[in-house]
Design a protein around this ligand. Structure first.
Ligand code: NAI
Length: 260
């Protein structure tokens, strides 16, 4: 029975993924703020350490899979917190669990990024200069980096954190491939979860989310993202490594048909 750690396992895409992988026979170590095997706050260095230690002690240092779903949405009014969970929290777990994944059977990881990762380029990503050193910057530095977006700074921090996250995964692809650990990202569009509902309820973003119609004219379901993640985690995806899979009902192709 493969052992798989999943962050954000208490809700939305993470909960659906935990359920799908459990059904296929995996043992799940969920990591979340609540309702999980490992309770940890990924916004702080101490919480991330607690999460890595908690997973490692439950899997005896051997992990077959890791799925990073924990994240905060653009409506959260603290750019430092968005970057802290979406980028630094995820990267700390990827790196902290890598040695255990190397010892696993057919090991694989999937990181949930977002279509928003393509809304800024790395060259123009305001977080790029701040994440290069690997050390987490002061919250004030993150605030200052996205301040130009005014009341939409949460959206800017969100897109920047997801762009940086996809870049971080892609940069690990040579080392992870050589170690036999596959890693890919998925980039969902609007998926029906508490995170999306909080965005819909937000006065800044709600109307745009509600009125936008995708080529497949509905929001995605968490189970649909979970089924893509389950495929990427399985040996059937044995040659899939370093890729980003958009799952957005056709929005990316609608908005930029000639850029891919
Ligand atoms: P959700 O809000 O249903 O689930 C997120 C989970 O992350 C929650 O269980 C929450 O407790 C956990 N979490 C948040 N902060 C944490 C922290 N500091 N420490 C530990 N756990 C924490 O949201 P959803 O939609 O399932 O999001 C999952 C991932 O999918 C996120 O990374 C999100 O950015 C991404 N995503 C979601 C989209 C959507 O439309 N729902 C679209 C694109 C990407």
């Amino acid at each position: 029975m493969p052992t798989i750690a999943i962050t954000g396992s208490a809700s939305g895409i993470g909960a659906a993924t935990a359920e799908e992988l459990r059904r296929s026979g995996a043992g799940i170590i969920g990591v979340d703020l609540r309702d999980a095997e490992v309770i940890a706050d990924l916004s702080t260095p101490e919480g991330r350490e607690q999460a890595v230690d908690g997973v490692l002690s439950r899997c005896d240092g051997v992990l077959d899979g890791f799925v990073a779903c924990a994240g905060l949405g653009p409506q959260v009014d603290d750019p430092g917190l968005i970057a802290g969970v979406n980028y630094f929290g995820t990267v700390a777990l990827l790196d902290g669990l890598f040695p255990a994944l190397r010892r696993g059977k057919d090991p694989a990881a999937v990181v949930v990024s977002s279509v928003a990762s393509t809304h800024v380029t790395w060259d123009e990503n305001p977080l790029a200069p701040l994440v290069q050193s690997g050390d987490e910057p002061e919250v004030d530095a993150v605030d200052a980096a996205v301040a130009a977006a005014g009341e939409y700074r949460g959206q800017y921090a969100y897109a920047a954190s997801k762009n940086a996250l996809t870049v971080a995964v892609r940069r690990r692809v040579p080392e992870w491939g050589a170690a036999g650990v596959r890693v890919n990202t998925v980039a969902p569009g609007s998926v029906e979860t508490p995170l999306l509902r909080a965005g819909e309820a937000d006065p800044r973003y709600g109307q745009a989310i509600r009125e936008f119609v995708a080529p497949i004219p509905r929001h995605g379901r968490p189970e649909e993202v979970a089924s893509l993640i389950a495929y990427l985690m399985s040996p059937r995806a044995g040659f899939v490594h370093g890729a980003q899979f958009v799952i957005d009902g056709g929005v990316d192709a609608l908005l930029r048909p000639s850029r891919f």
